[in-house]
Structures are given as structure tokens and as C-alpha cells.
Design a binder for this molecule. Structure first.
Ligand code: PLP
Ligand code: SF4
Length: 363
């Protein structure tokens, strides 16, 4: 057995609950397919993710020699990347900024002081399992542990999803919300809420809509960035004609991620009255240059998406190699302000446990 195979098996044995859930979904999809159902294209893509680093490198014409190191970091948070996202990467470039976001590197295994498993003290703010209440008027629902892509910088890469998930727990979270008239906005997060089927989403949205004091629904998702087809007509129908205002916050980090396919679908949602925002994480070797971020803002605006936040990295174990110092971050932000209209400059922020809002480093 090769190194590669034994590591992959090890990964399987230590499967995360999110993985198990995704596999379950995939099995369901395959069963549906066998019974002749036409699956939406995004679900087929989600069932056909690349999870083998050797395959990913081969697709990009990159040598596989560097793999053993990279793989050891990937066992507890394995590779997961849609083919449509790989198609946006540059062939033959081992430093491609999109590749860097998904391929594990040996640096992840180096423990760094100050980098922990729960950098935001989320355990502290869990009101009921699956519901985080940290900021005034807003509650965040962890609706699933699954993601269409695994991002190496993810601050929830060590999140204890198994203590947060399951249908029964949605019920508990809904009861909590119904009893809290001071909450007027629900934020669907995860994992990634848009990995859920429209059917599941609809159940949740219907239940939320019956809680009279909720006046805004916000969905945070990276799925459309990696699988633009997720923004299909069924989802549009689900999100429009609700009693409340719907805000969809995309998580795009690099201008190349705002592909023509994504631009087209965002414009469509925008014209249906959905507010579209984008939040990015400032990542060394990915987007830590003013010209990259300026191009990102330009492309987002072409798509009808307003830049919202540029986050400083959360100090999660395994992501230290993405960190940009506050000083450098402020310089990049100042350069961005010097070249863009004010409305295309995202606020540079950091999440600090215990603060009443995200901390603005530069506005
Ligand atoms: C970031 C965050 C929010 C939303 O904050 P905004 O500044 O309104 O975007 C809400 N709840 C939690 C737990 C968060 O981490
Ligand atoms: S999509 Fe979001 S939650 Fe999922 S791995 Fe990436 S950063 Fe983390």
C-alpha cells in the first residue's frame, strides 16, 4: 500500500460528522439518481468533489512529490474541492491563490502560540446547541456542518459540529428564537447553509418566517463561489417573496473566484431584490495586495455584490501561515482606499471575543 493510500484510509477512519453527513447526502443523491430523478447540477457537482490530493495535483499538471507532507495535515480536515473551482485555478502554478486556499501544507502541523481550536470562544456563546448569540439583535444558526469546499484557513475547522447539529436541535433553536423578541435577524451559517437541499432550507425558512419579530434573514455561504450553479431558480424562488428582507453574504477572497458564471447568477438574484454582500478573509499569499483586493471589489460590483468585510484571520490552529500583521493589513487597506470609491472598500475587521461588535481596524 502506498503512503497515499494508507493516509487516505486513516482519514476515512477519523471521518468528521460533517463528512459522514455529506456521505449520507451523497448516498441519497445516488439513490435518487438511480431511481431516475433529475438532480440539479449543483447537487451533482457537490456529490462529485475532489477529495484526493494526488488527483487535484494531476489536474493542475503539478508534481505529486510534495504530497506526503501535505497529506499529513489533511487527515482531520480532509481535502474537499468542487471541480468547477479547480477549473478556475492556473495550471502548473503551485502558488496559485485558489489552490492555496484548499490544499493542505506542512505548515499546518506546526503549533503556533496564540493559535487555538476555538479562537472566538464560540463555546461560550452557544445559547442552545446550534445557535450562537453574541451580538445585539442577531442570532447565528449553525444549520449544518457540511461545506462544498474545505478552506484551510477556516476558523471552524475544529468546530464540534456533533454537539450542534440534527433536526431535533433546529426545533430547540426555533423555540429559543420565538421566545426572544429582542432578536430581529437570523443568520444562517455552518458549515455552509447552501449545501442543504432547497427542500430542507424551505422547511427552515418557513419555520423562521412564522416568528413575528424576525425582520431580516441573512445567509452566509461560500458555496456559490465554488459552485455558481447553486444560485438556481429554485433557490431564488425560496428567497424572494418572503415577508422579510433577505441578505446573501458571499465569501469570496480572490477576483478570479468571481467567475462569469457567478456574475451572471448574482445579477439575477440582485434583480429579484436580494441584497448581496461579500466578505473576505485577508490571507497571506492569496489576497494580501491592494491591487488584488481592488480587482475583487470591481468584479463584485459588476456582479451587483457590495464588499462588506475584510476580516483579519482568526487565530485558529493550523492557519498561522495565512496570517497578515495588523500593520501590513492597515497599509493594504489604506492603499485600497486610495484607489477605489468609498462604497467599494470593505471594512477591515477582526473578531475579538467579548466585544459587542466586530472590531473595526480601518473603515
Ligand atoms: C459575525 C457574527 C455576526 C454578524 O455580525 P455583523 O457585524 O452583523 O456582520 C453575528 N453573530 C455572530 C456569532 C458572528 O460571529
Ligand atoms: S466554506 Fe466556510 S465554513 Fe466551510 S470550510 Fe470554508 S471557510 Fe470554513
Amino acid at each position: 500500500m502506498t503512503m497515499l493510500h494508507s493516509l487516505r484510509l486513516a482519514g476515512r477512519k477519523n471521518e468528521t460528522p460533517a463528512e459522514t453527513q455529506m456521505k449520507h447526502q451523497q448516498t441519497l443523491m445516488i439513490t435518487q439518481e438511480a431511481s431516475g430523478w433529475e438532480l440539479p447540477s449543483w447537487q451533482r457537482q457537490q456529490a462529485d468533489l475532489i477529495t484526493d490530493p494526488a488527483e487535484l495535483l494531476a489536474m493542475l499538471d503539478l508534481p505529486v512529490e510534495s504530497l506526503p507532507d501535505a497529506l499529513s495535515a489533511a487527515t482531520d480536515f480532509p481535502l474537499r474541492v468542487p471541480r468547477s473551482y479547480v477549473a478556475l485555478m492556473e495550471r502548473g502554478n503551485p502558488h496559485d491563490p485558489l489552490l492555496r486556499q484548499v490544499l493542505s501544507v506542512a505548515d499546518e502541523m506546526v503549533a503556533q502560540p496564540g493559535f487555538s481550536a476555538d479562537p472566538l470562544d464560540e463555546a461560550e456563546h452557544t445559547a442552545v446547541p446550534g445557535l450562537l448569540h453574541k451580538y445585539h439583535g442577531r442570532a447565528l444558526l449553525v444549520v449544518t456542518g457540511a461545506c462544498a469546499v474545505h478552506c484551510r484557513y477556516c476558523f471552524r475547522r475544529h468546530f464540534p459540529y456533533q454537539t450542534h447539529l440534527s433536526g431535533k436541535r433546529w426545533k430547540q433553536a426555533l423555540e429559543w428564537l420565538a421566545a426572544r423578541p429582542d432578536i430581529n435577524e437570523v443568520i444562517l451559517s455552518g458549515g455552509d447553509p447552501l449545501t442543504l437541499s432547497n427542500q430542507r432550507l424551505e422547511q427552515l425558512l418557513d419555520a423562521l418566517e412564522s416568528i413575528p419579530h424576525l425582520r431580516r434573514l441573512r445567509i452566509h455561504s461560500r458555496t456559490p463561489v465554488v459552485i455558481p450553479e447553486r444560485l438556481e431558480v429554485g433557490l431564488k424562488a425560496l428567497l424572494t417573496w418572503r415577508r422579510w428582507q433577505t441578505v446573501l453574504v458571499l465569501h469570496g477572497n480572490h477576483p478570479r473566484e468571481i467567475s462569469p458564471a457567478l456574475v451572471e447568477r448574482c445579477r439575477d438574484l440582485r434583480s429579484a431584490g436580494i441584497t448581496l454582500l461579500n466578505q473576505s478573509v485577508l490571507l497571506a499569499g492569496v489576497n494580501d495586495r491592494a491591487d488584488t483586493l481592488a480587482e475583487l471589489s470591481d468584479r463584485l460590483f459588476d456582479a451587483g455584490v457590495m464588499p462588506y468585510y475584510l476580516h483579519q484571520l482568526d487565530a485558529v490552529q493550523g492557519a498561522a501561515h495565512f496570517a497578515v500583521s495588523d500593520e501590513a493589513a492597515r497599509e493594504i487597506h489604506a492603499a485600497l482606499r486610495a484607489r477605489l470609491p468609498g462604497f467599494l472598500v470593505p471594512r477591515l475587521t477582526r473578531e475579538e471575543p467579548g466585544e459587542p461588535a466586530k472590531t473595526v481596524l480601518a473603515g
